[in-house]
Design a protein around this ligand. Structure first.
Ligand code: DC
Length: 229
């Protein structure tokens, strides 16, 4: 019997390894992987580059008027094995992962008009199923009927350490304390915003991976996927 194509929604806090798991699953299942955080990050990069947001001001109204000029797309990179994100035709995969962008992204992601546009695009990408999508509102808003919903958690310190090591490897000059502060601050804004706050869908399965190796986590999730398919 041919396997059913499903939607796998992975939500959770910052740096809980959602994208690592999503990439593993997509590769294993031959599904499309969609990193929705990358879309909010690309929109943030646009806002920063065009002067709509800075440390002490956010010109939301003018930014919203410019939204139609933000074209976000994905292109599969066969060397990397996943799709990279493009902003108005330019590969911004590296630029969007800096601490600078992380420092502003939650503010951009709290703007209802931004969410409306990006959610519509995400629903379009996933309409034929066979996708693994990770973010904050995938199981609650983007695909409330997803066949499998996972909600990832891990302790603040474990998450900050992971993100800090990633940034160090990329030569981003940050301290552990800055990263921990950013992880906590984003969690706070993401869970307290009015529009589509980060919340566990009632039918999502919670996975705390503080003490799980990548292999253990993958095995566990694969069993859930097999059941759902
Ligand atoms: O997954 P990430 O850390 O790259 O996401 C960056 C930010 O984007 C995150 O702090 C909150 C926001 N985001 C969101 O609001 N909704 C999503 N579906 C994905 C990300």
């Amino acid at each position: 019997m041919k396997n059913k194509h499903i939607i796998i929604a992975i939500d959770g806090y910052s740096s809980t390894g959602k994208s690592t798991l999503a990439k593993q699953l997509a590769k294993h299942l031959g599904y499309i992987y969609v990193d929705t955080g990358a879309m909010y990050r690309a929109a943030t990069l646009f806002a920063l580059k065009n002067g709509f947001i800075s440390e002490n001001h956010f010109n939301v109204n003018d930014f919203v008027l410019e939204l139609h000029n933000i074209i976000i797309s994905f292109k599969f990179n066969s060397d990397l094995g996943f799709a990279e994100v493009y902003l108005n035709g330019e590969n911004v995969e590296k630029e969007i992962r800096t601490m600078h962008v992380s420092g502003f992204v939650s503010k951009i992601a709290a703007v209802p008009e931004v969410r409306y546009r990006l959610v519509k695009q995400q629903q379009q990408i996933g309409k034929d199923k066979g996708v693994v999508m990770d973010g904050r509102d995938i199981g609650t808003v983007v695909f409330p009927n997803a066949e499998l919903k996972l909600f990832m958690t891990a302790s603040d310190e474990v998450r900050a350490t992971r993100r800090y090591e990633e940034l160090l490897a990329k030569k981003d000059n940050v301290t552990y304390e800055e990263v921990l502060h950013n992880v906590r601050e984003r969690d706070y804004i993401d869970t307290h915003r009015e529009n589509s706050p980060l919340i566990k869908a009632t039918d999502a399965i919670a996975i705390d991976n503080s003490n799980l190796s990548l292999e253990e986590q993958f095995e566990k999730v694969l069993q859930l996927v097999t059941k759902a398919i």
